[in-house]
Design a protein around this ligand. Structure first.
Ligand SMILES: [Zn+2]
Length: 93
């Protein structure tokens, strides 16, 4: 059974695609991740090793992204806090 994905590929793009279901993906790393998640039983040892490497890289990228977003959230929070404390009246004077 062929699964249809709701994917729109521009005419001048030549994406990598999954050899098992022909799903177009942006890079070979995404193909390796997709094959590991959706076609695990059909992979040989080398493809599974490629999946593990891609998964590890993706996990590291996600960890970095989360740390950056946490930093930005803290900057926004303390920015509003200090702005509020600067412009609000002191109730003890
Ligand atoms: Zn596939």
């Amino acid at each position: 059974m062929q699964v249809q994905y709701d994917t729109d590929v521009p005419a001048d793009e030549t994406p990598s695609s999954c050899p098992y279901c022909q799903r177009p993906l942006g890079s070979e790393e995404l193909v390796a991740l997709h094959k590991g998640l959706d076609h695990w039983e059909r992979l040989d040892d080398e493809e599974r090793e490629t999946f593990y490497d891609a998964y590890e890289d993706e996990s590291e990228d996600l960890r970095t992204f989360r740390l950056k977003m946490l930093g930005i959230l803290m900057l926004v929070y303390f920015g509003f806090l200090f702005t509020y404390s600067y412009f609000s009246a002191n109730p003890f004077m």
